[in-house]
Design a protein around this ligand. Structure first.
Ligand SMILES: [Mn+2]
Length: 145
C-alpha cells in the first residue's frame, strides 16, 4: 500500500482475515497491509479502545459486533466499487489500486447511488453493450485525432 492505511483499511483487512481463518494476528495484519508490526499494535490498541475488536489470548483479534458490522460494510463497499469500475470499462489492472484510492472518500449516499447504477447495468445486459459501443466509438475517434 502506497499510503498509510487508515482505520477503515485495518477493519476491512481484519474482517477479511477473520472470514478466512477465524482470527487475525498482528503479523497477518502487518503483512496484508505492508506495514510494520508496531504500527499494527498502535492501531489495534485504538480499535480496542473504541470497541471495534477484542484481543483473545493465544488466538489474536476478533471483531466485536460493532466491528463486524462495520467490516462487513467496508468489504461490501470495496467489492461494489470494483464492480462499478468493471461496469464502466476501467482496465482490469487499474481496478484494485483505483478502488483503494477512492473508497474512503465517498459518502454512503454516493455508494448507494453507485449500487443503483450497477443494478441498472446488471438488469439488462443490452445496457452494457450500448455503453461499450459508445466507448469503442470514442476510442476510434481519439485514434483519428
Ligand atoms: Mn479496500
Amino acid at each position: 500500500m502506497a499510503t498509510t492505511p487508515s482505520m477503515e483499511d485495518y477493519i476491512e483487512r481484519i474482517y477479511l482475515l477473520i472470514e478466512d481463518k477465524g482470527y487475525a494476528r498482528v503479523s497477518d495484519i502487518a503483512e496484508a497491509l505492508e506495514v510494520h508490526p508496531s504500527s499494527v499494535t498502535k492501531m489495534v490498541q485504538k480499535l480496542d479502545k473504541d470497541k471495534y475488536l477484542v484481543y483473545e489470548k493465544y488466538r489474536g483479534f476478533t471483531l466485536t459486533p460493532k466491528g463486524n458490522k462495520l467490516g462487513k460494510r467496508l468489504v461490501y463497499r470495496h467489492e461494489l466499487l470494483e464492480q462499478f469500475l468493471n461496469v464502466i470499462g476501467v482496465d482490469k489492472e487499474n481496478i484494485y489500486v483505483d478502488v483503494e484510492g477512492i473508497e474512503h472518500h465517498l459518502s454512503w449516499n454516493a455508494i448507494d447511488r453507485i449500487g443503483d447504477l450497477c443494478q441498472f447495468f446488471e438488469e439488462d445486459k443490452n445496457r452494457i453493450n450500448e455503453l461499450r459501443q459508445i466507448q469503442q466509438k470514442n476510442e476510434s475517434e481519439n485514434e483519428q485525432s
